[in-house]
Design a protein around this ligand. Structure first.
Ligand code: MD6
Ligand code: FE
Length: 216
């Protein structure tokens, strides 16, 4: 692999297996950052970021929106995928080609052939936002992997095992990093620690995260 450059700092593009079936692809999205950020802006114009309620009635600190045929939503009725945005009643914005192409390239590199995501959840973290340990289990078919793309401020990603109490490893996810995960690690517990304040040249005081899934 060649070196990729993000800002002034030379960044080595490298691939690391973090668990069976899970790979961290450092800098993999850097070449696409402009298309990704433009796409997020367009999506958020049609389907604005919102902080949703958990079934337990807490308002999430992370603001979310979606694109693609299905979007992840939560409210007092539970977690689920919906073909429409509950705020507008309209279908979610289409998934931009650049998103799909990146997700397919990342999964192919990690050994998952012919991944066709129908959902892309967009998470927006301001300083102080966090995502507590959880499993992604609202998708219909757990044989399909997930691709996660990080943009903007760095975050500490917690990655545990299949049981809630299993030990947790920590990884810094930086601007342009991708994680592909599936197979034996598809149901691993994971979370994001409280975002520290900072100022990133591409996003300002924010972290953005895309997760691509086969939902329906
Ligand atoms: C985030 N990511 O990085 C939250 N889930 O903002 C996730 O919850 C996640 O990164 C499943 C697979 C990859 C992820
Ligand atoms: Fe998750």
């Amino acid at each position: 692999m060649t070196d990729l450059f993000g800002g002034n700092e030379p960044r080595q593009s490298a691939h690391q297996t973090i668990a069976p079936g899970a790979m961290l692809l450092r800098g993999f999205a850097l070449d696409d950052q402009r298309a990704l950020l433009d796409g997020i802006d367009r999506i958020a114009t049609a389907a604005p970021f919102r902080r949703m309620q958990t079934p337990g009635g807490h308002v999430m600190s992370v603001a979310m929106t979606n694109c693609g045929g299905a979007g992840w939503v939560t409210d007092r009725r539970g977690y689920r995928y919906s073909p429409t945005d509950p705020e507008t009643g309209r279908p979610w914005p289409a998934m931009p080609d650049a998103f799909l192409t990146l997700a397919r390239a990342a999964t192919a590199l990690a050994g998952y052939a012919d991944f066709r995501p129908d959902a892309c959840l967009i998470n927006r973290y301001a300083p102080g936002a966090r995502m507590s340990l959880h499993q992604d289990r609202d998708e219909r078919d757990m044989t399909r992997p997930i691709v996660s793309v990080s943009l903007g401020l760095p975050a500490t990603f917690q990655f545990g095992g299949l049981k809630r109490g299993d030990p947790v490893a920590k990884y810094a996810l930086l601007h342009g990093d991708c994680v592909v995960w599936g197979g034996p690690s598809r149901l691993c517990w994971h979370g994001v620690l409280t975002l520290k304040d900072g100022d990133h040249p591409a996003t300002g005081r924010l972290r953005l995260n895309l997760t691509f899934r086969g939902a329906m």
